[in-house]
Design a protein around this ligand. Sequence first.
Ligand SMILES: [Zn+2]
Length: 315
Amino acid sequence: MNTTRFCLPVKASIITILSLVLSLAMSPNLSAQLTLDRLDSANRANNANQTKRDPINIIDNIWWVGHSEVGAFLVTTPEGHVLMDSTDPEQVAWTVEAVVKAGFELDDIKYIVNSHPHEEHIGGLAALQKLLPHAKIIASEGTADILASGGKTDFRNILDTEGARFFEPVKVDDTIGHLETIEIGGETLTAHLTPGHTTGTTTWTMEVQDKDGKTYNAVFMGGMSASGVDRGPLLNNELYPEIKDDFERSFAHLKSLQCDVFLYGRASSIELDNKLAKLDSASQNPFIDQEGCAWYIEYYEKRFQKQLADEMAAR
Ligand SMILES: [Zn+2]
């Protein structure tokens, strides 16, 4: 997939854009009526108490444009930008504000991609699609299906109706496969399909340069949490029969990646605040964190293996 030049819409003022996105974000929708019960307790507390953040220039041309806990990333290039994730419908306006505050034009967002189709990460996509009709929404096939259904085809929402969280459906413009790329402004973002947490979970990689002039591989993790026995069994899961094999393949693939800059759309997972505190003073950019990356993969692989062992023991 190569860089494409788009016809840009008539430029609205920032105030008009922000008021539009705020009204979209606040319009009644199904997800707003639902609770945050889906998430584990730590995430639930973090989601409920989220606050706005100023945009953070993580490294090179990568920006955090998410909130105190849930993230969205902006990759900027001279020929347009890529936005990764939206955050949820109630807070997507903050993401838009952060992009503007970082000094970038909303009209220059050419592609919108995502980590995985759970509401707190992508629930604001429908609002973004209305706000930025020129931006192409790109997703894996598995994710495209879930986005189009507003979360109704996500196995967890079917198995766990009480905790289900739906969102306004989104039709993607194009799908992307394993190791396919988006090329824009001299940057290459590679999609790595790492299903398990959802059928469409996608990890993204790109190269960045730090102040030392060296090149590092940035990995935007797609999300690797196993679902918990009650919310999605790993064995005999009729709605997602490949779930165990997918997780195993995804962990193996993640371990094969060179991961220097460890990124994920959760501030707590990547220790965003600790790293932010050191960002200006440390001799090396603290987001260069190979250990953090290895920790993330090992932590979730162990949890996956424990769930698998528990299910086998219960047979
Ligand atoms: Zn998730």
